[in-house]
Design a protein around this ligand. Structure first.
Ligand code: SF4
Length: 199
């Protein structure tokens, strides 16, 4: 039975060298490749090929794991979009470099947008933020899939530093409090707002 692998790089941006290396690996192992929301997928490969490919990935490229922080998507924010209210790239870089691939009870997807147009789809991520003139809005518990739902707003008017701290808090909270394989939104529904401490 054939399988596939999805490859991630920071901001989902792949250099020419990385792309060539990925295409060469796909060719070598008789795979096909395509662009997907979370990166580049090599598919139609054997399990042995998948293991071999993982060992030979170019620097800066890593496989997407299921039960982990497995997607950090950000738009360019004020570093590339005239609509942006907030800077997104340094925040996304920090979260990606520190947490991408970190093991979690289930997958965690993060979306960071510079304005309420929400190109990085923060409303349907486990943890999402979008920029407003007075700071970031933090949204949690959204999801896509076959039963999509918009997330719940937990905080507004956040600075980049506050947003970073809150995302880190939420990741740690989920890791420590979720039951095995419990999804982020189910954990939220069971335990309530993580920022409200009850005695
Ligand atoms: S979410 Fe807003 S700031 Fe980001 S790319 Fe889209 S329009 Fe631009």
């Amino acid at each position: 039975m054939k399988t596939s692998i999805i490859l991630h790089s920071l901001f989902s941006e792949f250099s020419r060298d990385q792309l060539h290396a990925i295409m060469d690996l796909a060719d070598e192992f008789d795979g096909k490749f395509r662009v997907v929301v979370t990166g580049i997928q090599i598919y139609d490969i054997t399990k042995d090929a998948k293991e071999a490919i993982i060992k030979r990935l170019p620097e800066g490229v890593q496989p997407v794991k299921h039960a982990a922080v497995n997607s950090v998507v950000a738009c360019r924010g004020t570093d590339g979009c005239s609509h942006a209210f907030m800077q997104t790239m340094p925040l996304a870089k920090y979260i990606d470099e520190k947490y991408f691939g970190e093991t979690m009870p289930n997958k965690v997807r993060v979306g960071i947008s510079g304005c309420p147009r929400c190109c990085a789809e923060p409303m349907i991520k486990d943890i999402g933020v979008y920029g407003m003139p007075d700071g970031f809005v933090l949204v949690v518990g959204g999801k896509s899939g076959n039963r999509p739902k918009g997330g719940e707003i937990l905080a507004k008017g956040l600075s980049v530093e506050d947003t970073q701290a809150k995302i880190e808090f939420l990741l740690q909270w989920y890791k420590e409090n979720a039951m095995p394989k419990e999804k982020f939104d189910h954990c939220l529904a069971r335990l309530g707002n993580p920022f409200i401490v009850t005695e």
